[in-house]
Design a protein around this ligand. Structure first.
Ligand SMILES: [Zn+2]
Length: 178
């Protein structure tokens, strides 16, 4: 996902649903990397992850693992971390690329540590919960939307909070046949 004003939907359609989570993997565990800022966990749980369980009619369920232990983190289905361009070539410093989520069944979400993040819609900062909601969509194999109002639109402005819209809610049902 990119910062507002710099995006190209066609170019961003790189999460094509070649793979979906298999029927045997619908109860997924998630964890944040040890050392991730503590105030990210609650918005990730409530704003980014839980809404997709609801949208799936509870066919997907998500359980949070302890963030204290790298063994548990690495064994989790969904692994959320903050990195910077120094250690992750997919990142580019402040602005432009702000986060990414990998398609099934890799389950990796990375937030760019060079952005100004907030655990809510604060002026001048990027809302962790809203960006996580989009990246979770990509992790679940959902494609990007060209409708700016949807969560699956591939960019977001500062201070903006988004929740799942009609097309976002329909997407997992259509893709997985729930
Ligand atoms: Zn995306």
């Amino acid at each position: 996902m990119k910062a507002a004003g710099k995006y190209n939907v066609a170019h961003s359609l790189n999460h094509a649903a070649a793979h979906i989570w298999p029927a045997s993997r619908r109860s997924l565990t998630w964890a944040v990397a040890p050392g991730t800022r503590k105030d990210a966990i609650d918005p990730l749980a409530k704003q980014s992850i839980e809404p997709w369980s609801v949208a799936s009619g509870r066919n997907f369920t998500f359980k949070c693992n302890s963030e204290k232990n790298y063994n548990i983190y690495n064994a989790s289905d969904i692994k959320i971390s903050s990195r910077t361009k120094a250690t992750d070539p997919a990142l580019d410093g402040k602005g432009n690329v702000i986060a990414y989520g990998t398609p099934p069944t890799e389950g990796i979400m990375v937030l760019d540590g060079d952005e100004t993040w907030a655990p809510g819609p604060l002026a001048g900062a990027t809302d962790i919960g809203s960006v996580g909601l989009h990246e979770m969509g990509n992790i679940l194999a959902l494609e990007h939307s060209s409708d700016e109002k949807t969560v699956m639109f591939p960019s977001i402005g500062l201070g903006v909070r988004k929740g799942l819209g009609e097309s976002d809610i329909a997407a997992p049902k259509n893709l997985y046949g729930f």
